[in-house]
Design a protein around this ligand. Structure first.
Ligand code: 5GP
Ligand code: MG
Ligand code: MG
Length: 179
């Protein structure tokens, strides 16, 4: 699998150090709150699994699966809920845990949808941020790494559903895309 990787952008050590830093900050910020970590499957599961264990506050977790309505709607960010959250959001302090903030359209839509359910607060924690690609006015409240506009894989992120299990974040060799 590592033969398919052109370069390592973020090593396991860098990822774990940053995740611990984010977890410590979140621990401070959410003292006495009703923290609920919300993850949109599947890309952020690895990040969530590591991050949640660095947060020293009682926290709930919940998952959501969404799909784009069709080709035309992708640009609007409108999504269909395939699997909704199980937990009632009323009074919860939601932290959306995301793998990467790119155009921001999907997350902007999801954030709006969750806000309608009367949570106490809602924030975003994104491991990676590609600000160059943003199409909506959306910022993450917690960001791990700001990265250039390159397609990355690993640590949960896929290319064609593969490479999520790479323990680091890397860039694929161009020939992997062309076969
Ligand atoms: P957006 O912010 O454009 O609505 O979508 C973000 C989603 O696009 C991410 O959650 C991720 O699934 C996918 N994505 C964006 N950039 C990359 C990337 O560089 N690599 C991978 N594997 N997925 C990406
Ligand atoms: Mg995602
Ligand atoms: Mg993907």
């Amino acid at each position: 699998m590592k033969d398919d990787v052109k370069k390592v952008l973020l090593s396991e050590e860098e990822l774990h150090a940053k995740v611990a830093e984010l977890g410590a900050q979140i621990t401070k910020d959410y003292e006495g709150k009703n923290l609920l970590l919300v993850t949109v499957l599947k890309g952020a599961v690895v990040f969530l699994a590591d991050l949640m264990r660095t947060i020293d506050q009682p926290a709930e977790i919940d998952f959501m699966v969404v799909s784009s309505y069709g080709s035309g709607v992708k640009s609007s960010g409108v999504v269909k809920i395939v699997k909704d959250l199980d937990i009632n959001l009323e009074g919860k302090d939601i932290l959306i845990v995301e793998d990467i903030l790119d155009s921001g359209m999907t997350l902007d839509y999801i954030k709006g949808m969750l806000l309608d359910r009367n949570p106490a607060s809602i924030r975003i924690c994104a491991l990676l941020d590609k600000p160059a690609r943003r199409k909506v006015d959306l910022q993450a409240d917690y960001v791990g790494f700001t990265i250039p506009d390159e397609f990355v894989i690993g640590y949960g992120l896929d290319y064609d559903e593969k490479y999520r299990n790479l323990p680091y974040i890397g860039v694929l060799k161009p020939e992997v895309y062309s076969v």
